[in-house]
Structure formats: C-alpha cells, structure tokens
Design a protein around this ligand. Structure first.
Ligand SMILES: [Zn+2]
Length: 326
C-alpha cells in the first residue's frame, strides 16, 4: 500500500490564531526529524492565504520575521523531498494584523462565499504566494475546512493554475455549520478516482483526480477517552499549537453519543486510530491510505505514535510517498 501522510500547515482560526513558532515551525521541525529518521516524505498543504497576508504586512517587523522563518522552513521541506501543496482558506481576505496579532474574521470562510471572479483571483494570487517562496508550482490542492463545494468556480481556477489533483474528500464526510459546508455522502468508497465537475462523482474521463483522505468511523468511546486523557495527562496529549480551533459546539457534543464519520489523522489522541485504519485498509486490500493532520495539533503522544506507525507499516512492506512522486 502507498501511504500518504499529509499535514495542513496553518495557524488556528478561532478567537486566537496562535504563534508561528508553536503552530507551524516547532511541530514541523519535529516532523522533519521523524521523516529523516525513517527516510520518508510527507505532504504539506500550505495555507497560502496566510502567506499572502503576511507578505501584505511585511512592513511590520513581526510579520517580516514570521515570513522569513516560514520561507526558510518551506524551502527546507522542499529540499528534503517533501511535497508543498496548495491549501486555501479564503477568509484571510478579511483578516487584519492589529496590535501585534491577527484579527480573524471567518464570515466568508469558504470559496463558495466569494464570486467566481474573486475565486479565480484568490486561487491564483495565493498559489503565487507559495511559488514566490519555493520557486515551484503546486500540483495538488486541498480545500480549507474541506469546503470544496460547489466546485464549479474552483474548477476553473484550478485549471488556470494547472492543478489537477485534489485531496479534500473523505468517505461519508458531512458538515453544515455557520462557517462550513461540505457533503461527501455521495462520494465513492475508493482509494482514488477521476472526476470532472463534482469531486464526489467519479468520471473515468475527467481531467481531475481525487485522492480522498482515508475515512475512519469513530465510536463515542474514543471521545470520552480523549477527554479524560487531555484532562489527566495534558503534557502528553495536549496539542503543541497555542491557538484556538474554530469550533462547532453542536458537532462536538454529538461525538460523545454517536459514531461519527471522521478520517485517518494523527492529531493528538487521534493518532491512536492509525493502526485500526491501516488494518482495515489492509483487510479491504486498499491500494492507498491518506492521513490528514496538522502540525499545530500534534502532541507529544502523536509524534511518538506516528514514529511507531511508520516503523510498523514499513516493516509490513507498505511505502510512504508524496502525491507528485507517485
Ligand atoms: Zn486548513
């Protein structure tokens, strides 16, 4: 099996964005160490809107320093063979840097909240913000907050940017909140497929390829355990990032009493699920597994578990790869 370990490289979008050091630089350095130790590449979906905004505020010393540090890390990631891919959170359009902190406004959280013309401009200028740093175009895309629907205007923008691979969809995924909307309930249960106008509908002659994030159905007991572990042993289980998630409280409570459709992930205690997802994929003879995580949400426990997971998967003959090098 080909295993893709991907990370959405970004700050937090709740009422505190967190620092670049704790949300991006430090946890990513630990990921670089793990990757080097096992000689495996990861995929980093870089929040390009953040880079675009940082550049806009480059006359402010803090922003300049953050931009320089991120530039250094992204170039290091690229030089080590990790894939730098495009991740778009368009609400950066409405965020400001004031009194040495980001004022996050998620009123327009998804590309669907913008006009087709705006979507075209956002995708191109954000993509440019990455190219300016790495000198290379991205080949793969992941929608911010999984909000890739409706796809029509995003489709045109991706074609314009010569990006034909998406990795946003996860089987049975669904979320409808003030900020989010996505509905993957009609997506096929496959490891990859081609599509044309709708990432959830397979079209064998479509010009786009979907490499979905591997699904994981999580029982309520997991969330009770997570809650207890975070309370009893925060030093081990608490994420290293120092900001706050954009949360949908209704959805969180649901997790405690019913099984929920999630995805393979090594954020915090979610890393404990990786072995089950892998076993399930092996049983179903799947050709691929895509894990979605965030540097900001990695905890000491998750680094340790990811380390063991890579060792064990390699010993079973599975290989780790980027999307581009496949
Ligand atoms: Zn994101």
């Amino acid at each position: 099996m080909q295993i893709h370990i991907s990370f959405d490289y970004e700050l937090f979008f709740g009422n505190a964005s967190g620092s670049v050091e704790k949300c991006m630089l430090e946890p990513t350095q630990q990921l670089i160490d793990i990757a080097c130790k096992h000689n495996v590449p990861f995929i980093f979906f870089v929040d390009a809107g953040y880079l675009f905004q940082l550049k806009k505020y480059i006359h402010i010393e803090t922003c300049k320093q953050d931009y320089d540090k991120i530039t250094l890390q992204l170039n290091r990631l690229a030089s080590l063979g990790h894939e730098i891919a495009l991740h778009i959170h368009p609400h950066w359009e409405d965020c400001r840097f004031e009194n040495n902190q980001w004022i996050i406004d998620t009123t327009r959280y998804k590309l669907a909240d913008f006009t087709e013309k705006e979507v075209g401009e956002i995708v191109s200028k954000y993509h440019h913000a990455i190219k300016e740093i790495t000198g290379k175009p991205c080949k793969s895309y992941r929608a911010g907050g999984w909000c890739i629907q409706p796809f029509e205007s995003i489709r045109k923008a991706l074609i314009e940017n010569a990006i034909f691979v998406d990795s946003t969809v996860y089987y049975k995924g669904f979320h409808d909140s003030k900020a989010h909307f996505y509905d993957f309930t009609k997506a096929p249960d496959l490891c990859e497929w081609n599509f044309e106008n709708d990432p959830c509908i397979e079209n064998k002659t479509g010009m786009f390829k979907e490499i979905p994030v591997t699904a994981d159905q999580i029982p309520p007991l997991f969330y009770w355990k997570l809650y207890l572990k975070m309370r009893l042993n925060p030093l081990v289980y608490k994420p290293v990032g120092d900001g706050n998630w954009l949360v949908d409280k209704k959805r969180i409570y649901k997790h405690f009493h019913t099984s929920t459709n999630h995805f393979a992930c090594c954020d915090g205690f979610f890393a404990s699920r990786l072995q089950f997802v892998l076993k399930d994929a092996e049983k179903q003879k799947k050709s691929k597994m895509m894990v979605l995580s965030h540097p900001k949400s990695m905890a000491p426990y998750s680094f340790n578990t990811l380390n063991k997971f890579i060792m064990s998967a390699k010993s079973k003959g599975h290989t780790f790869n980027t999307i581009t090098n496949e």
